[in-house]
Design a protein. Sequence first.
Length: 382
Amino acid sequence: MELALVNGRTLTGHGFEDGVAVVVRDGLIVGLVDARDPCLNTMARHDLQGSLLAPGFVDCQVNGGGGVLFNDAPNVDTIRRIGAAHAQFGTTGFLPTLISDDAEVMRAAIEAVDQAIAQGVPGVFGIHLEGPYLAPDRRGIHNAAKFHIPQAADITLAASLQNGCTLLTLAPERVDDASIRALIAQGVIVAAGHTAADYARTRHALDAGVRGFTHLFNAMTPLQSREPGVVGAALEDRSSWCGLIVDGFHVHPAVLRIALASKPQGKLFLVTDAMPPVGSDSDTFELNGETITCRDGRCVNAKGTLAGSSLDMAGAVRNTVAQGGIALAEALRMASTYPADFIGLSGSHGRIAAGCAADFVVLDDSLHVRETWIGGVRVYRA
């Protein structure tokens, strides 16, 4: 049966449109039609009551949620719980993200994502391996004891996911161009992050196929007058994508605005870098034997080092509008269209258009989530 979502302010490729009905069948959008079209008389209708209808959010960096951390229990149940927690905040597609760990934990995480996709766990697009090929000097909260230079067996492991996409964050100075090319040849999307590389090395890595940068500005060499660093290379490059954690702690509002002015439209996207407190009543969790405390949205260890975030994607959109000085439509695309493009899903996700997945977020005027739909099924209602 076809279902028509009506009476919404729908974000399409032309901006917000009124008087448009979105027709859904078998988990896909089959068309956008005039709300007065007689064909709608034969369909079931869902009245959005004037709410905003946007493409479902896509989050490429989700460490945890719902009180669980992917590293602690890399299995299907953990993935399902994380996905359900983030669906409350409009996320319809995500990459469970593994913080630097041992090979056996990486293998378990990859197998769990394969199983989750095979079982149809809603919203799982693949996996993000954040490390362990990172720079000790830019480790952030990662355990540097897990870091090493990848060998052939590591590349094989990193590329072993059978379903969905694999995003791998690495430090370009720790991985040679031949290894980067080998990863890309096996279908891995490579991003630079947690890196002490200089500008020249970063440019070489981009030439080798690095597609983007993980949490731009954080845990990487900064832009300076005589050494542009990783940040300078990222802002200068017109082709690469950059993720941003817009929680008010990782990136200053002025720095956010500089990034928006520097990169071409469509090349900046929002991530949460979310930890277990998202969608949970708990404000503490354990990571690498340390207690991480989250207060007022800021997650830190005892030394004050940022340890991911308690940010959700709807909150990231609100913050981007408030701090970035950009239109709501653009902020919503930074949470949906652009991350989908980054991981190669431009033809199927991140858009309200015929042929795309029926993944939606319904928002009120204050940009809080009223409903979340994945594959034409409502999975959350406020």
